[in-house]
Design a protein around this ligand. Structure first.
Ligand code: 13P
Ligand code: SF4
Length: 311
């Protein structure tokens, strides 16, 4: 089906099915255009909780769709391609986390949203790149278990001064984990007027050379509100689509155009798969109710803390 026809069919099906499409900032340009909301992981989780729609099509990787299901258990949550994983999420399993919990019984468990759902059910707090440091700072404990992204853990450690037990010791994003200080130096030389934004899943030595470190939504806010008009974008290359759509009139350069700048899992979510997902009401995310309840409880506990409550 041609692009325009696909777009028309998707709009029609959304009405017929009482559905909404939530899309991550890394999606293809057309998928972002078809989406009702685009945002970072935290924003999309909140949107999923607010919607009145009966069906949620989650245009993002599987852990994001699972999270939406946990927060909206009575809704139909569809993943256009549930085989879209994430190297960070897939680096931690239940058994490994249990071993760490036994070794540090007094340490609260804080898990990054990029975690598969059965593991996430063991979390005390669930954070995103935009909330991790804030949450950990507010906890009474000075030693915490955090995973599965080792780079985000090191960054949060540098911001909070707390002792962070990293579980596993080597969970990394296939995109951001490959960034080097050389990339930043080259970008500075090529675009001397531009501000460099980097996602905290990159290594700490890279983050230290950036002008701004933040989640994908925080990058949008920075680009929109900072008064600068040219930026180097140190995150997954699909982010350029979100910035061009949401911050028109400013200039954005990807930090690299090498193939590794595109997350192979995000790239699996195509407009055609979004259409099929809506048309055939596939692929439904199914998780045990007890798992969903545990995740929702940890998410709500975290939300209360972010909004000013006590641990
Ligand atoms: P955000 O939390 O910024 O949406 O990032 C999610 C992600 O997968 C980063 O690679
Ligand atoms: Fe996971 Fe990295 Fe892809 Fe985000 S960009 S989904 S962290 S592999």
């Amino acid at each position: 089906m041609a692009r325009e026809e696909l777009m028309r069919e998707i709009t029609k099906l959304k009405h017929e099915r009482n559905a909404i499409i939530l899309g991550h900032n890394y999606m293809d340009y057309d998928v972002q255009l078809a989406a009702d909301f685009t945002g970072d992981s935290y924003d999309l989780a909140l949107r999923a909780m607010e919607t009145k729609a009966e069906v949620i099509v989650f245009a993002g990787v599987r852990f994001m769709a699972e999270q939406a299901k946990a927060l909206n258990y009575d809704r139909v949550v569809l993943s256009p391609d549930p085989t879209a994983g994430c190297t960070i999420a897939d680096s931690l399993d239940v058994e490994t986390l249990r071993t760490y919990k036994e070794a540090y019984p007094k340490a609260p468990v804080i898990l990054y949203v990029n975690t598969n759902i059965e593991v996430k059910a063991l979390a005390d707090y669930i954070v995103t790149s935009s909330t991790a440091a804030k949450v950990i700072k507010r906890l009474r404990e000075d030693t915490v278990i955090f995973g599965p992204d080792v780079n985000l853990a090191k960054y949060v450690e540098s911001l909070t001064g707390k002792r962070i037990i990293k579980v596993p010791p080597n969970g990394r994003c296939v995109v951001h984990g490959s960034y080097t200080t050389k990339l930043i130096e080259e970008a500075r030389a090529r675009y001397p007027r531009a501000k460099i934004m980097v996602h905290p899943e990159a290594p700490l030595d890279v983050l230290r050379l950036a002008d701004f470190v933040g989640s994908t939504n925080q990058m949008i806010e920075y680009a929109r509100g900072s008064g600068y008009d040219e930026f180097v974008v140190g995150t997954e290359i699909g982010m350029i689509n979100a910035l061009r759509l949401k911050v028109p009139g400013k200039t954005f350069h990807p930090i690299t155009t090498e193939p590794y700048a595109r997350c192979p899992f995000m790239a699996m979510i195509t407009l055609d798969k979004v259409y099929r997902s809506l048309r055939d009401l596939v692929h439904r995310i199914e998780i045990p109710k007890s798992t969903a309840d545990a995740v929702k409880e940890a998410f709500e506990r975290t939300r209360r803390l972010i909004e000013g409550g006590t641990p």
